[in-house]
Design a protein around this ligand. Structure first.
Ligand code: NZQ
Ligand code: ZN
Length: 393
């Protein structure tokens, strides 16, 4: 029987060339009067994007303060700094200029400004936020989908804990998406972004629900498109059409659309990857690609229909003589795709070699973060996760 679902995507999208000059107008529309401009390490300043944003705010008479320095796997310490700055300066709107890390750091600051106590409590599941400061986004990398998602992922450098906190309160009010801005990305980040975009739909696709055909069909088209255009970008990184296709897919893949009626999806690979990010500071999408094949081989027997459909409809596999053969072919084709865009298919290729103790530690931490059952295809316990990490070596 089809499951009931809620679909909530309040983010206004402004998509296309040159759209970032509208930032000031958009903030004004949201009644922002004092803005925190939050950004990353280098790229947004070096490309001149920050200057264009400042001009756009100034032309609307909007005052601002700035806080840069967000790093991939964004750190809690900078979030604390941002909260303090916003309180001192009376900031009432946050403009995140960057990718998932900048947006998530902005969301966490937003929670911290309007809720008393330690913002990390939310990420540890100790209590719930009641509000979040409004925020908008100028996106510079197609990947995490945070520009339209309810997600926020922060790393607490004390203990290397990377934790997610999901509520509709932090969904951005607007997202400016100019695909041209992504043309300066290093090829590794472009590919890692594509892997993450794919996984946001794959996590929802692999489930134990009666799936609506409309959701499956949208998901399959999205995944085929991302693979097609990610391959094109390997040799032609300035291809506007490919950049545009991937950027829009990134938002649709994580705004809830491909999860309608799926009962939420699996998310085990994401939870396993967050442990890698916390311990080894790897790029999120690359970490997912390195783990996925091992996860798929470990759990596929519990959702054979889904894996067969994925192999045929997404990867174009010609069915084998048994379901098992079709599934294994599908997993191999997926791994070939990752290799074709220079993404890793093992932890070794990702550049890390966790010891047995480190694997035990990640699995224990993941078990704690997921309440003892990670995913829905097979709810993974600590021992299962240890096996998957070891298979991924
Ligand atoms: O700091 P700069 O210099 O900008 O460099 C960044 C960074 O090194 C660079 N970059 C971004 N735009 C660029 C650029 N370089 C050149 N030109 C540009 N236009 O790219 C690097 C990666 O940036 P980051 O923001 O970390 O990438 P991404 O968007 O992949 O975000 C990853 C983070 O999002 C989390 C991940 O766990 C990870 O922490 N996620 C957030 C989700 C959410 N909030 O819904 C869901 C995801 O599953 C994910 O977990
Ligand atoms: Zn992700």
């Amino acid at each position: 029987m089809y499951q009931n679902f809620e679909y909530y995507t309040p983010t206004k999208v402004i998509f296309g060339k040159g759209t970032e000059v509208q930032a000031g107008k958009l903030v004004k529309e949201q009644k922002g009067r004092k803005v925190l401009i939050h950004y990353g390490g280098k790229s947004a300043v070096a490309s001149g994007l920050i200057d264009r944003i400042l001009k756009s705010l100034e032309s609307e008479g909007i005052s601002y303060v700035m806080l840069g320095g967000v790093v991939p796997n964004p750190r809690l310490s900078l979030v604390y700094e941002g909260i303090k700055l916003c309180k001192e300066e009376g900031v009432d709107f946050i403009l995140a200029v960057g990718g998932g890390s900048v947006i998530d750091s902005a969301k966490a600051i937003g929670y911290g400004v309007v809720n008393e106590g330690d913002v990390w409590d939310f990420f540890e599941g100790r209590r719930e936020a009641s509000a979040c400061l409004p925020l908008g986004v100028v996106l510079t990398i197609a990947a995490a989908g945070s520009e339209m998602s309810n997600g926020c992922v922060i790393t607490n450098e004390k203990g290397g804990l990377k934790r997610a906190y999901d509520t509709d309160l932090c969904r951005p009010r607007f997202a400016v998406m100019n695909p041209e801005l992504t043309m300066t990305l290093p090829s590794y980040q472009t590919a890692s972004g594509a892997a993450d975009i794919l996984m946001h739909t794959m996590e929802r696709y692999f489930n134990q629900s009666d799936n609506m055909n409309i959701t499956d069909s949208l998901s399959e088209a999205l995944m085929r498109n991302v693979m097609k255009y990610a391959r094109i970008l390997v040799d032609d990184p300035k291809n506007y059409e490919a950049r545009a296709e991937i950027m829009w897919a990134g938002s649709l893949s994580h705004n809830g659309l491909t999860g309608c009626g799926t009962g939420g999806g699996d998310w085990a690979s994401h939870n396993l990857e967050h442990e890698l990010g916390g311990m080894f500071d790897v790029a999120h999408g690359a970490g997912l690609a390195a783990l996925w094949g091992s996860w798929a081989r470990y759990v596929n027997h519990a959702a054979k229909d889904r894996f067969v459909r994925f192999a045929i409809n997404v990867l174009g596999v010609v069915p084998g003589t048994t379901e098992e053969k079709t599934i294994e072919k599908g997993i191999r084709v997926m791994e070939d795709f990752y290799r074709s865009i220079h993404m890793p298919t093992s932890l070794g290729e990702l550049g890390i070699s966790p010891t047995d103790e480190e694997i035990e530690q990640m699995a224990a931490s993941c078990e704690q973060a997921t309440g003892g059952a990670n995913g829905c295809v097979i709810p993974l316990k600590k021992e299962d996760m240890v096996q998957i990490y070891k298979m991924a070596r």
